[in-house]
Design a protein around this ligand. Structure first.
Ligand SMILES: [Fe+2]
Length: 391
């Protein structure tokens, strides 16, 4: 550990709200936590660039308690508004301050926004012969699309119990992107139920499953590793059925949401024409179908795959749910079956991320590779009566 006070992770954005944001960072030594929020003044004419240099401090939040992992929540901001922020920490001898970065508050219902999805920044590391360059390219490509939000579908580190892994596979390659893009993550098998997931990330209770709203989307995050037996995860009581706390949460969560779009994400894929498919998780599909979930996003198999719209185990263009495997930051072609299965619409093993653009009536999904090439897209429209049309 360094004896000089330095910022060694972040700052990075967590838990976006329409009126605020949680900002986190790590310092090399225990120190105080301070966030300045700065006003961003848009220039609407002339040739002077798009913003005046943000130098007017709107608010300052200061925590004097010394810590190494800093977590500061800013409140009282305007919805869907661009601000700038900077962080600083001070110990008894010195002070460090970050550069200034953009911060956009969450989009309220009725608004349009976009989010990016990837995974496997650590799960692919055992196969990666590029020295981690795929991770850096994926983060750079996601930044080009300037998403409001990002989802990481697990295995973002190789072994979540190892402190160094979080910098090596995730916070290091993602440093620039994560300064300006709030993100959520779900547990993968490579997170190994380790303590750093809790310490370094911020998400709603209870821990490994939760939900949140952004724009017109209700996002539900599940912990599929807790549904399926594994060395590092205890099998949840009751399995994938009533009586299991996570299952009961899902029943209540989906039924209580009135959002126009419902997206569920978790790590193990119930549908993929390749290895590591976890068919047991198809037991969740009737619940998704009864609650008109629009999109299920998974990972674990290090490929991209999009299913046909599926309903009651069959292709159904009117009522079906699209299942995406976004095993993004890597590619394992050998894990694909020699031929596709009946449920597969598009599938290719290539490093990628998924971009999703959402409006109240339209959801556009694009799959983009690590060199910026579009290789799959689909559009889902929903009319006033919530009837779906696929394109
Ligand atoms: Fe995995």
């Amino acid at each position: 550990m360094s004896t000089i006070l330095e910022i060694i992770k972040g700052p990075y954005l967590q838990s976006p709200k329409v009126d605020g944001m949680t900002i986190m960072w790590e310092t090399s030594m225990p120190a105080s936590s301070c966030v300045d929020v700065l006003l961003a003044e848009r220039i609407h004419s002339g040739h002077q660039g798009n913003y005046r240099k943000p130098d007017q401090v709107l608010s300052t939040i200061q925590h004097e308690d010394f810590t190494t992992i800093h977590r500061v929540t800013v409140e009282g901001l305007a919805p869907e508004q661009l601000y700038f922020y900077r962080i600083s920490s001070r110990d008894t001898d010195s002070e460090v301050m970050s550069d200034t970065f953009p911060l956009k508050t969450a989009v309220p219902p009725g608004g349009a926004f976009s989010f990016a999805v990837t995974s496997e920044t650590g799960g692919y590391s055992g196969f990666d012969t590029t020295g981690g360059s795929i991770n850096r390219r994926i983060f750079q490509q996601m930044q080009r699309y300037r998403p409001d939000l990002a989802l990481f579908i697990g295995d973002i580190v190789n072994d979540g119990r190892e402190y160094e892994d979080w910098e090596t596979y995730f916070f290091g390659p993602g440093r620039d992107f994560l300064t300006n893009t709030p993100f959520y993550s779900c547990l993968g098998n490579h997170e190994c139920n380790g303590e750093w997931y809790d310490k370094l990330l911020d998400f709603p209770a209870p821990r490994n499953y939760y939900s949140f709203d952004y724009g017109d989307v209700h996002f539900t995050c599940l912990d599929s590793t807790d549904f399926i037996p594994d060395d590092t995860y205890p099998y949840a009581n009751g399995g994938i059925a009533p009586g299991n706390a996570q299952f009961d949460f899902l029943v209540q969560d989906l039924a209580s949401s009135t959002a126009k779009w419902k997206i569920v994400f978790f790590h193990y894929p119930p549908y993929v024409s390749g290895g590591y498919q976890v068919e047991d998780l198809r037991q969740l599909s009737p619940l998704f179908e009864a609650n008109e979930v629009d999109l299920v996003i998974t990972s674990h198999t290090i490929v991209y795959e999009r299913s046909h719209p599926l309903y009651q185990g069959q292709i159904d263009e009117a009522r079906g749910i699209t299942y995406i495997v976004a095993g993004g930051a890597g590619a394992m072609p050998s894990w694909l079956l020699p031929k596709r299965e009946w449920h597969t619409s598009q599938s290719v093993a290539v490093p990628h991320f998924v971009q999703v653009v959402v409006t109240p009536s339209r959801l556009e999904l694009r799959a983009i590779d690590d060199e910026g090439r579009l290789f799959d897209q689909f559009i889902l429209k929903k009319d006033q009566a919530s009837q779906r049309t696929y394109f």
